[in-house]
Design a protein around this ligand. Structure first.
Ligand SMILES: NC(=O)c1ccc[n+]([C@@H]2O[C@H](COP(=O)([O-])OP(=O)(O)OC[C@H]3O[C@@H](n4cnc5c(N)ncnc54)[C@H](OP(=O)(O)O)[C@@H]3O)[C@@H](O)[C@H]2O)c1
Length: 314
């Protein structure tokens, strides 16, 4: 079959022949892949920098999820957590226990662009912590695909205040669901808007996270009110320096949410509700479709967090 194939880390995948994956066991079936999102996580898989990359060899087909059609014409959303056979190929083997049948009216491009972005905060707020109605959430990296969805997910799960922090004032101002905004480096505004935040969803880490933690812990209305910091990504860098005093002077809890801290069965349990909500129009990240045969070009397109590149065969 044809697939996007990474033969050397640090180079874009090329449209090449690749052996088709073979189903093994009663739960695996082959689907024709229709659409697969080019998420930041997929770029990390393809350049070998994701924490799950250790041990997975080359060549590999990138892609961590997608929408496919089975021999009976049913649409599936599936996750490809196997590091070698990803979703950016003509065909994929899917494990039906980690996949869900989509409503017939679901748009493959929109599902492929949106589901990964929504499920991130959905899982974080329901499975890594439990957002209680009336609590307040701050989203760091709120203008990206996952950040924008996180603002909306938090509101739908009952958050009262949702502070959106990002680096583009115009896009922040246009964010649906945000009750307040702050620029990423504006410690004063983050401190002021963060006095009664309960949960932070952090897609950036590194300096923006360190600065926001310092600003928020120094200005808590009640330092004994728990502040739960959930890291989901590292768009600004993989390391942050935290002063020890931040952990002693407030009730700061730092944890992460992602593959590993969440079991794949936990992730799949939540997918049907999220997929149905997307199919019904509750959430949408705009897809930027690129045909599979142009995958190499897709890798060179400038980063644009307002939409999501989707590799497709429609
Ligand atoms: N753990 C999980 O379950 C999970 C699931 C999905 C995604 N993620 C992770 O979440 C992160 C964001 O993903 P995404 O889909 O939102 O990506 P995206 O759509 O490309 O958005 C990236 C976001 O990061 C911001 N950004 C990039 N570089 C920055 C920097 N140096 N300083 C400050 N802000 C910066 C962007 O700001 P602009 O909008 O101004 O460009 C944008 O808000 C990634 O690390 C991804 O791997 C995690």
């Amino acid at each position: 079959m044809k697939a996007a194939v990474v033969t050397a880390y640090g180079t874009a995948p090329r449209y090449l022949e690749f052996p088709g994956p073979k189903p093994a066991g009663e739960h695996e079936i082959v689907v024709e892949v229709l659409a697969a999102g080019l998420h930041p996580r997929v770029r990390m898989q393809a350049d070998g920098s994701h924490y799950t990359s250790a041990g997975s060899g080359l060549p590999l087909v990138p892609g961590i999820d997608g929408v496919g059609r089975d021999a009976d014409g049913r649409l599936w959303y599936f996750m490809s957590l196997n590091g070698t056979y990803g979703s950016m190929a003509e065909r994929a083997v899917i494990d039906t226990r980690h996949s869900v049948i989509l409503p017939a009216h679901a748009d493959p491009l929109t599902i492929a662009a949106t589901l990964n972005c929504v499920i991130a905060s959905w899982l974080a707020l329901t499975r890594r912590v439990t957002l209680r109605p009336g609590q307040n959430v701050l989203v760091l990296g709120a203008t990206g695909g996952t950040g924008r969805m996180a603002v909306q997910v938090a509101r739908r799960l009952g958050a009262d205040q949702v502070v959106a922090v990002g680096r583009d004032p115009e896009r922040l101002a246009a964010l649906p669901g945000a009750t307040a905004t702050a620029l990423t480096g504006d410690a004063e505004t983050i401190a002021r808007t963060g006095t009664e935040i309960d949960i932070v969803l952090d897609f950036l880490w590194a300096e923006p996270a360190a600065k926001a933690i310092a600003a928020m812990v120094s200005n808590r209305a009640d330092p004994t009110r728990p502040l739960t910091w959930v890291n989901l990504g590292e768009m600004a860098g993989p390391r942050a320096t935290l002063p020890a005093s931040a952990l002693r002077s407030t009730k700061l809890h730092v944890l992460g949410s992602g593959q590993g801290s969440l079991a794949s069965t936990t992730m799949t349990t939540e997918i049907p509700a999220v997929a149905a909500a997307i199919a019904d129009g509750a959430y949408a990240v705009e897809p930027d479709p690129v045909p599979l045969h142009d995958v190499e070009h897709a890798w060179s397109l400038p980063a644009d967090s307002s939409k999501r590149i989707v590799i497709h065969r429609l």
